[in-house]
Ligand binder design. Structure first.
Ligand code: SAM
Length: 420
């Protein structure tokens, strides 16, 4: 039956299409697991938020909790919105019916709700990962900035099995099956069909098959620009470190002033036949104005529609009140087409016309990680297949993708995985 199909799709691909046509539920752990043959993502590490109220508190430090308590107190008083806030609120009111409908569809899917409750305990996974215990907070951001950065190397370890099956002349593998390459400002490639283990400063990282990462600051990004725009990217996902007031965000990674993003070389990264550009954005009105009036035009991107990421807890309830002004239970993904060298964006050859206003529902991962949306976007990507995909400001690496940022290895740490 239809119900069984939806569930079996969730089990195999991590995607559950809800009855309401515009909404899907994602299990990021299952989606990410499709990237690996020899490893599994640790569900308890991924979902260390929103399964119990305790872990939410733990994530911030105590001073922040005090601040937010103060803020909460303030918010109980009705407040008068300024002009920009009113525009933001109107935008919220427009999206609201769509989000409510998607949430209702989720609450009606009782088979899904049953599975959701157990997402944290992945199949056969008993050990609960304590990610703070090893104190191995990744130091890529700091290390990448010091003068010794060019000296740091990562060791990619090709296992015997890889070597045997890969001897059709593909990778250059040393006798010991290791490849040692600079880790910063260098395009590091796993061109094999297998996930690899890699060593860096005594920690282990898992590099998915047919992936590529480039760890650098924005100043060195030009090295990613393909010599030939036929080798550009058809899907460009961007999750910038927007400046905001949240001290918690500031403590986990550096932020960038808006105007710095104007110089991201999106035009140069775009494939000759165009690209679907997906930009994560916060709810602040100032940002929306900046993106639509300045950023997208500077990147040669024409805006098409917005997708919404609705965040729920394991019991299906929203992570906060829908109408909480400063803390919405959703984030927005702005979608547009970047025109390539040969074709104007209006004439792009797209697989399917982009269906607007879709709602993506998931239980948020720890450390404000975004859900993996690549699969959902592939249908709408212009140009040749397989699509060439790039994740900008990435903290993880996916099979078949290029990841760029100052810490793309962050979530590839073996601490987030189990060996199969
Ligand atoms: N999409 C990621 C995820 O879901 O985990 C989150 C990306 S986070 C919003 C922004 C990232 O940009 C952080 O990893 C931050 O360290 C990085 N970043 C900040 N400033 C940067 C810069 N100047 N160059 C490169 N990366 C930078």
């Amino acid at each position: 039956s239809e119900k069984n199909n939806q569930l079996s799709e969730l089990i195999s691909s991590g995607i559950y299409r809800l009855d309401c046509s515009n909404a899907v539920f994602l299990d990021p752990v299952r989606i990410l697991n499709c990237n690996y043959a020899r490893f599994r993502i640790s569900s308890s590490a991924y979902y260390s938020r929103f399964f119990d109220s305790k872990s939410v508190e733990e994530e911030g430090n105590s001073s922040i909790s005090i601040k937010s308590r103060k803020r909460k107190r303030k918010q109980n008083k009705p407040r008068i919105l300024n002009e920009k806030e009113q525009v933001a609120d109107r935008r919220h009111q427009e999206a609201r019916p769509l989000l409510v409908k998607a949430h209702e569809a989720l609450l009606e899917a009782s088979d899904l709700l049953d599975v959701m409750r157990d997402l944290r305990t992945g199949s056969g996974e008993w050990e609960c990962r304590d990610l703070n215990s090893r104190g191995a907070k990744s130091r890529f951001i700091e290390l990448g900035k010091i003068w010794q950065a060019p000296l740091y190397e990562i060791t990619l370890k090709f296992s015997k099995a890889d070597k045997e099956t890969e001897n059709e002349g593909l990778p250059i593998i040393h006798d010991d099956g290791q490849r040692v390459v600079p880790v910063f400002n260098n395009i590091v490639l796993n061109d094999t069909k297998y996930d690899l283990e890699a060593d860096f400063l005594g920690a282990q990282y898992i590099i998915p098959r047919e992936s590529c990462f480039y760890m650098s600051g924005m100043g060195q990004m030009d090295n990613l620009i393909p010599g030939d725009s036929d080798c550009g990217f058809n899907l460009i996902v961007i999750d910038p470190p927007w400046e905001n007031r949240s001290a918690y965000q500031k403590s986990i990674y550096p932020t960038l002033p808006n105007r710095h993003l104007l110089s991201l070389p999106i035009k140069q990264l775009t494939h000759t036949e165009g690209a679907l550009v997906a930009l994560w954005i916060t709810n602040r009105e100032k940002l929306w104005v900046f993106v639509k009036n300045e950023l997208f035009p500077a990147w040669g991107v024409s805006y098409i529609t917005t997708f919404y990421w609705l965040k729920v807890k394991a019991d299906g309830s929203l992570i906060c009140d829908m109408d909480h002004f400063h803390h919405r239970p959703y984030e927005c993904l702005l979608l547009g087409y970047g025109s390539g060298k040969v074709i104007a964006s209006e004439q792009l050859l797209v697989g399917k016309p982009l269906k607007g206003n879709q709602v993506i529902i998931s239980i948020p991962g720890a450390y404000s990680r975004k859900p993996p949306i690549g699969e959902l976007l592939l249908d709408y990507v212009p140009g040749p297949r397989p699509a060439r995909c790039i994740d900008l400001f990435a903290r993880e690496i996916m099979a078949g993708w290029t990841s760029w940022g100052n810490e793309p290895l962050h979530f590839q740490d073996l601490r987030y995985f189990f060996a199969k």
